[in-house]
Design a protein around this ligand. Sequence first.
Ligand SMILES: [Zn+2]
Length: 384
Amino acid sequence: MPFHTVLLAACLGATNSAAETASTKLPQIRAMWVARWDITTPDECSTLVRLAEQYGFNTLVVQVRGRGDALYKSSYEPRCELLKGQPDDFDPLGTILEQAKRAGIAVHAWINANYTWDSENPPSSPEHIVNKHPDWLMRDEDNKIVMTAARDAEGAYTCPSNQAFQEFLKNVYLDVATRYDVDGVHFDFIRYPSPRFCYCDRCLQLFKTQMDERIMPERRKELANTQDRLTYPRAFPREWDKFRREQVTSLVYRVYDAVKAVRPQVIVSAAVFPDYSDAFSRRFQDWKKWLKDEKLDMLFPMSYVKSTERLAELVEDAVRSSNGKPVVAGIGAWQIPPEQAVEQVRKACELGAAGYCLFSYSITKKGTDTDYLKKVSEAVVNNP
Ligand SMILES: [Zn+2]
């Protein structure tokens, strides 16, 4: 039985085999996030799978859509520019999947949802969203698109109130889930960058229409007398935040339902801001609702904190709110020593997490420094 099936069966209350019971202390999910810059050649892909196997990882969450581009054979988006110079038939996701399957390692396709670009220089492909559909990009309060990392955004995001974009992104997830034998698809950047977005004309108009149906004619008249394009968000700040949460939520549900309709066995998961109040009020990312409504199969809180006590609070809240779905604790490996990662893994599992996911494989410096993986593996995998 593939590992994730065992896990889901366990969650449904099925009986584990004796072998599985004997290793109950071994975290069920032992994962790493693998960023796109670490899988840009066939050798890098092979090294990744070899090291994952050697150090007892059973799940790889591999970034195949970084900035509106693809590290797989996409039917919709241009090839990631990091793959320039590689043979045309090199397919990072396909290569990793083939080798990981042989090693018994699950592969989840990590797909950035809204984050689309992060440079003043536009993408070279005319097919890229930034070039082809600039009207899909989020706008700030001044009606400006932000292209590079700034205080309130990491770069350009796509606006989820746009149905054409929602349909497009759904197709991107479906493309991966149906054409590749992935064990899961993984949302990241499924949110707004900050409360300063999105104030595009479409969002403002949709919100105004919604509110006009709810308010008295006198109030409508009063608001119509102001010339400010931000009148409605300013007049109804709570409803405006709710409106934004609903846009992200509807995008998640659309993708979830579409993937489940064609490949119900594919696990749909999300990397989320671990502090729910921050996620809810500042990113409009209502992950507790998604779990409650059964529109996520697995949650990866990005609990990247140095303090194990703080990690415990975050993981405890996620487990409590998970509606029985597995919670995989995100460990900020880049900023803590391996001994502390081990302490955090143990704490998370003690609190009911199904496992851990190291952020990220980049700690190995493209596989040349395996000390971190070795130390985590010796403590967690070989000596649970
Ligand atoms: Zn918008």
